[in-house]
Structure formats: structure tokens, C-alpha cells
Design a protein around this ligand. Structure first.
Ligand SMILES: Cc1ncc(COP(=O)(O)O)c(C=O)c1O
Length: 415
């Protein structure tokens, strides 16, 4: 065991200690006004989050999963439709598709970004789809109409949206972003010659505010963002039992509202999100620099069109499980996001997929490892993490020492 204190994978306590007074004030405001559901705290947060994402509408929802389900439904996906997504994501992505009455079908990921491969998407649309007599795009696999794409901005980096949107336009498909891990991430569109925030490029997007996310609530929470007023109105109706006004129900809906206290907590934290994201980016740059000499490790790849917000810092290495054990023994927390790709999960056994159907996702899942990443992580903690990684991969210590010098971090800082 290390003589140092443990390094957690994630520290959720420190930001709450730092913001304790403001968060307690939110709790008091809710208690003293008995404003627990809806009301000004929710509306104020919705406006602030819409402005943060550069969109005209944000609708607060009870979770990211419900946000994605409502977004899919409100964008016109019909029960029985096929929605294309990736196998390398959290299962909530496909649960939301299924809960909307649609069927997920998979497109493999890009080997470097771990997000949807535009090339594979094109191959799927060209080679595995056909048109029926009405001109509808039909999946050859399931004989169902393909109507939408859900790219996932995994680990805080946006998928290659120009390529995805171009294919969506060509094939008449709706794009709904799963931005649950990407609050504040940005994408440079060559087509439109400017930067876009996550959640502002698709017809709608879903965010999760699960406590461990870059913007996390003190419980369950989510939101949809959109520039489409009609989609926004539909989602507001769906989240509130299909009501257009109290006890007047246009459709059957859901109880998918966000508690006002959670909205208040999120509003307090939103003021710090840009700075926290910047700290994450600095930590990521430092990790990548320190690890750069070790050829047995692949660091995250950030293309020039991406400004990632490193919800997770994920490396790839052949003996992933051995490294996890070594780091655990050294008191360093890690994670795997995610160990089994969706096409190989028991929940989707009925689809009859094998690893070879989406080989990149299958390979990546066996090699990825998430290192400690949170805004309050210190340079000294990072150096200790990298030292232990290097000790495990062996032989890379000297090279890493050079990299540490370049990064301006001395070994004494670990004392
Ligand atoms: C990629 C992705 N999609 C969807 C979700 C679902 O969000 P929630 O847990 O808030 O329902 C999550 C969060 O865990 C996620 O990481």
C-alpha cells in the first residue's frame, strides 16, 4: 500500500463543501416557499442552461434517460422505427430508444475518438438499408424503417457532427444528440465555419445531471435542449402527464418533471461549470503529456475540431485488468466505461450479435481504463497516478521523467 493518502476516482464531496452555503440557501428557499415541483427555480435554471448551451429552449427533466426518451418521441420517431446508435455507450442510450417504442440498431465506433464512426454510418446506410415502395429507408436486418440517429458524445467529446448531419440530411433522418456526458463540449463545424456547443447541433439533445457528471445534481436530474419550439412544447407536455393546462390532457404523458430543489442546486453549480471544465482540460493535457513516452498506452485523441470537456479521461492498454489491480493496490481509484459493449450484453442477446459485428467497440471495451478525473485533482496527484501507471508498464519511467520536466512538474511535488 502507498504511504500517500488514496486518490479517489472521483471527488464529489469537495465541490459541495465549497458551495455549501449557496446550496443550503436553495434548500431553505424550497422549504420556506414549499416550492418543490416546477415554479421559478426550475424556470430560472432552464433559461440559464439554454443560454449556456447556445439554444433557445431547455426543458428540465427528471433524468437523462427520460430526457432522451422524450426527445426521441418529440422529434417524431414512431413506435416500430429503427434508431441508429453506438454499442459503446451506457445502456441508458438504448433503453431510451426502446422506451420510446423504437428499436436500436448499432453502428460501430471510430477507433480513435470512440464515438460513432461516420464511415461506418455511411456503410450502414448504403449497404444495409433499402427503400420500400413508398421510398422509406428500411433496415435489411430488421425490415423496419430507419428514422433517426442518436450519436453519443462520450467521455465529454462530441461525435463528428458534420459527417453525421450530412448523412442524416441525405437520408432524411433526424439527429438527436446524447449529450449526457458532454456539458459544455464544443465542435467546430467546417460546413458552417464556427464552433457549436454540445446540445445545439441536433434537432434536440439530452443531458444527464446524475451526480458524477460535469454538471451534477444532488440526486437524479436531466434536461433536453432544442432550437425547435414545437419539440420544446411537446416535451413540456410529455414530462407533465400530457397536460397542456392543469387537468387538460392532450395525450398520455409521464411524470418526468424535475424537482425545483435539484434545479436550484444545478443553477448554483452551473455558474462554475466553465471553470470546472477548463480545469478538466488542463488535467487531461497534463496526463497526456506525462504519459506521452509510454508506447503501451493510448491517450485520448482530441481532433482539431473538438474541444472536449473530459467527463472521463480514458486510456487504452493491453493488460487493462492488471493495471487496475496495480493501481488499486497503490490506493488509486479507476473505472471502466464500459466493460461490455451493448451488442454483447445479455439484455440484447435476442439481437443475436457476436463480437465481430462491431469489432472496434468489442476491442476497445477490453482495453479501456478511466483514470481519476475531477476538477479539484492536483498536479501532484496526477504525477503519482502516472508514476504508478509507468511502474506497471515498466521501462517507461525514464521517458515519463522527461515528460514531467516538460510539464513543469517535479517529483518533489508528490511529497
Ligand atoms: C451516455 C449516457 N446516456 C444516458 C445517460 C442517462 O442519464 P441518467 O443517468 O441521468 O438517466 C447517461 C448517464 O449515466 C449516459 O452516460
Amino acid at each position: 500500500m502507498s504511504k500517500h493518502s488514496n486518490i479517489p476516482f472521483l471527488d464529489l464531496v469537495t465541490p459541495h463543501v465549497e458551495l455549501e452555503q449557496e446550496l443550503t440557501a436553495v434548500f431553505r428557499r424550497a422549504l420556506l416557499t414549499a416550492g418543490f415541483i416546477g415554479g421559478p427555480m426550475v424556470e430560472e435554471f432552464e433559461q440559464a442552461f439554454a443560454s449556456f448551451c447556445d439554444v433557445s429552449h431547455s426543458i428540465a427533466i427528471s433524468s437523462g434517460t427520460d430526457a432522451l426518451r422524450f426527445a426521441i418521441m418529440a422529434c417524431g420517431v414512431q413506435p416500430g422505427d429503427v434508431v441508429l446508435t453506438v454499442p459503446h455507450t451506457f445502456i441508458a442510450t438504448t433503453e431510451a430508444i426502446s422506451q420510446a417504442g423504437a428499436f436500436p440498431e448499432f453502428v460501430d465506433i471510430d477507433e480513435h475518438t470512440y464515438n460513432m464512426s461516420v464511415e461506418k454510418l455511411q456503410l450502414f446506410l448504403e449497404g444495409q438499408c433499402t427503400r420500400d415502395t413508398f421510398g422509406k429507408l428500411i433496415s435489411r436486418r430488421s425490415h423496419r424503417p430507419v428514422t433517426a440517429i442518436v450519436p453519443v458524445h462520450l467521455y465529454g467529446q462530441m461525435a463528428d457532427m458534420d459527417g453525421i448531419l450530412k448523412l442524416a440530411d441525405k437520408y432524411g433522418l433526424t439527429v438527436i444528440e446524447d449529450a449526457c456526458q458532454a456539458h459544455g463540449a464544443e465542435y467546430f463545424s467546417k460546413r458552417l465555419n464556427r464552433w457549436f456547443k454540445a446540445g445545439s447541433m441536433g434537432r434536440a439533445a439530452a443531458f444527464s445531471f446524475y451526480p458524477g457528471k460535469n454538471l451534477g445534481a444532488c440526486g437524479e436530474a436531466g434536461a433536453v435542449t432544442t432550437n425547435d419550439a414545437a419539440v420544446s412544447t411537446k416535451i413540456r407536455t410529455l414530462r407533465d402527464h400530457g397536460q397542456v393546462k392543469k387537468y387538460f390532457h392532450d395525450v398520455e404523458g409521464y411524470n418526468g418533471r424535475l424537482d425545483s430543489m435539484q434545479a436550484g442546486f444545478l443553477h448554483v453549480k452551473l455558474a462554475h461549470l466553465a471553470q470546472w471544465n477548463e480545469q478538466r482540460r488542463e488535467h487531461a493535457a497534463r496526463y497526456s503529456q506525462l504519459l506521452s513516452g509510454d508506447e503501451s498506452i493510448a491517450c485520448p485523441y482530441e481532433p482539431s475540431w473538438s474541444r472536449a470537456v473530459y467527463h472521463l479521461y480514458v486510456i487504452r492498454t493491453a493488460d487493462r485488468d492488471g493495471m487496475i489491480q496495480h493501481l488499486q493496490e497503490a490506493g488509486i481509484g479507476t473505472g471502466i466505461h464500459y466493460p461490455v459493449p451493448l451488442h454483447l450484453q445479455k439484455a440484447y442477446a435476442s439481437l443475436g450479435h457476436s463480437a465481430a459485428d462491431f469489432p472496434v467497440a468489442a476491442q476497445v471495451a477490453s482495453e479501456i481504463l478511466s483514470l481519476p478525473m475531477f476538477p479539484q485533482l492536483t498536479a501532484a496527484q496526477q504525477l503519482r497516478v502516472v508514476e504508478q501507471v509507468a511502474r506497471f508498464t515498466s521501462g517507461a519511467l525514464q521517458k515519463r521523467g522527461v515528460a514531467a520536466e516538460v510539464a513543469g512538474i517535479s517529483a518533489e511535488q508528490t511529497a
